[in-house]
Design a protein around this ligand. Sequence first.
Ligand code: EPU
Length: 412
Amino acid sequence: MRERFVVEGLSGARTLKGEIAVRGAKNAVLKILPASVLFEDEVPLENVPDIEDVKRMRELLEALKEDNTVLRKDIAEKFRASIVLAGPVLARYGKVEFPFPGGCVLGERSIDLFLNGFKAMGAAVEEEDGFFRITASGGKLRGAHITFPLVSVTGTETLMMAAVLAEGETVLQNAAMEPEVGYLAQYLNDCGAHIEGAGTPTVRIMGGGLLHAAGRPFVVPADRIEAGSFVILAALAGSDVHITHCNPSWLEVPIALLRQAGVSIETTPTSIRVQSSSTPYKMVSVRTHEYPGFPTDLQAPMAVFMSQCQGEGSILETIFDGRFRYVDDLVVMGADMAVMNPHRVFIRGPKEFTRKNLESPDLRGGLAYLLAATVAKGTSSIDNAYLIDRGYEHIEERLRALGLNIQREESK
Ligand code: EPU
């Protein structure tokens, strides 16, 4: 059943108030589920968010029970993170078959870094009709020195996990430094892996045997992108919003930029309080960057914020080349934005938004539409709620608790 969100806009008023707790990170739980293949026993999980991508990953793991080495096409094609499972499966069983992974359309999202990494570890790669068959020579991966030509989060995590069961040492250079990478490695180490330097550009992994959780739970860390999304929402439409169960130290750049714009933000080690007045914000400019830079996943929500700031600014998107699909709809709502090229958008503000019937273009674009609908005058709808549900748990119930009039309905 197709669903949509219906949001009664606040016409620019900043009235939302109260507490909102951040859930476990999508991009952490989507890695620990595949990591479970590296274990001899069960991996207990805590703080798992109730989101669609987690359901897909569970289905994919469930389907793997029928055939240890084939990732089911119809499920794997639904989300990009499906490819992460290829690493642990290949490392444990010596082979894996999977389709080209689906997911948010953010421009070209190739998988060459994964395939080249598997090859460097001694595997043969065959492709037939969009289906990849990877076979480790002698049934076991070998450690390798791998330098990534560009920083990839899932690429780093996948090869790091594959290396845990490979023979000898693997060194990953130009690795992703996202907090989720270090957090995952720490847990794997607690369970018997030998990983050094995860969270820095150089990760060393000494291969060994299967891991043992021995009842030790993996507690999914707070979703920094969800926390950042709520900070932006609070800046746009809140009077006093307390965002709890999060880690502000993972959001230093977005918080610094929002403060520069004039948003009043106070942090404790586990919470963020945003208080606003009716003073207009000053325009800022954003350049997305790998962690610890400004996260690309907050780029679309930040564009909505910037449309409400005074002055001229720009966003330079350096990670993806197709992440401005939300711009046209925001312009129809009243934004003054111009896409200069696939990596740069100019924004002038402040602009009042009026209602529109929208359709989520992707997960973070969908969240940006929720923000736009919240600041707009009139009642907007956002179709294709599924795309927002992929990464935000029951968003309407949680935003309603802050005073937003938002409903979930069957699409017309
Ligand atoms: N890339 C290649 N070849 C590859 C892999 C990546 O060219 O084999 C390119 C991509 O096309 C992109 C760049 O490398 O231009 C960086 O992409 P990366 O691999 O880091 O992205 P990802 O690992 O697929 C993860 C998150 C994304 C997040 C990015 C960047 C997961 C499951 N997904 O994706 O999250 O945007 O890192 O931080 O961890 C989201 O949550 O909405 C989301 C898209």
